[in-house]
Design a binder for this molecule. Structure first.
Ligand code: MG
Length: 251
């Protein structure tokens, strides 16, 4: 096994923002597999959704991180870190009197499909949430900032993804990444290098704890930091190009 780990966001990064395809990244995924470099999916998606994508990508026993770091699939087991969705709803329900938003998990399936463009089964899986609630925000930006402060005082946090403002506990993608990396390092008693790829605000911390930091282009130049690489191409095409360049650096 090589001492490199690839941690990647899905939507807008390894999956095309509009059609959710990863076709253009298949050659790079195969190269990683041949070199025994684990591709670790890190997403706000649910375990039900990620289980299927993980299988479609033929990632076998590679870990994956779901619901923004609240849960981790590692070594064929699920590890839970997040606050339950029941507790999250208890905080959010009274706030509906002051702010205009809807829960994604309880949206009628037709509306959820319209909003996400997902197919029926995928969409149903995306509503099976354990530790996080994506919100459809229908209020102003000023209210959004106030709302975020409100929920923070109650021990929760908000992450702005491509489509939703997702509410969860404080376990984020970066915490989950560090947990997985430590397991690999303990297992082999050696240090690992992490390559991180993402396209959204909720990827910033995750990218920053990696050795190679890659922003996948998606109308997001404002997120780029000085020591980050920005892909030339968006989505899976940019993903493939940048992953190949990055692993060459360590060979
Ligand atoms: Mg994304």
């Amino acid at each position: 096994m090589s001492n490199i780990l690839v941690f990647t966001d899905l939507d807008g990064t390894l999956l095309d923002h509009d059609n959710y395809s990863f076709r253009d990244a298949i050659p790079a995924l195969k190269i990683l597999k041949n070199k025994k470099i684990p591709t670790i999916l890190v997403s706000s998606k649910t375990q039900a959704e990620m289980k299927i994508i993980h299988k479609e990508m033929d990632l076998n026993d590679c870990p994956y991180i779901f619901e923004n770091g609240s849960g981790i699939f590692y070594n064929n087991q699920i590890y839970e870190f997040g606050t339950s969705i029941k507790t999250i709803h208890k905080v959010l329900l009274p706030l509906m009197n002051f702010y205009n938003f809807k829960f994604y998990s309880t949206l009628p399936i037709k509306k959820a499909i319209n909003l996400t463009g997902l197919k029926l089964e995928q969409c149903k899986n995306s509503q099976i949430r354990l530790f996080s609630e994506p919100l459809i925000w229908m209020d102003s930006d000023i209210s959004r900032h106030k709302f975020i402060k409100d929920i923070e005082t109650q021990g929760l946090k908000a992450s702005q993804g491509g489509r939703f403002l997702t509410i969860s506990s404080h376990h984020d993608k970066a915490d989950a990444l560090k947990w997985v990396k430590s397991r690999y390092e303990e297992g082999s008693n050696s240090e690992f290098t992490a390559i991180g790829l993402g396209d959204g605000e909720n990827d910033i911390n995750m990218i920053n704890v990696c050795n190679t930091k890659i922003l996948i282009k998606n109308n997001n130049a404002h997120l780029k930091q000085d020591d980050w690489i920005m892909s030339n191409m968006p989505g899976p095409k940019g993903w493939g190009e940048e992953v190949i360049k990055a692993i060459k650096k360590y060979e």
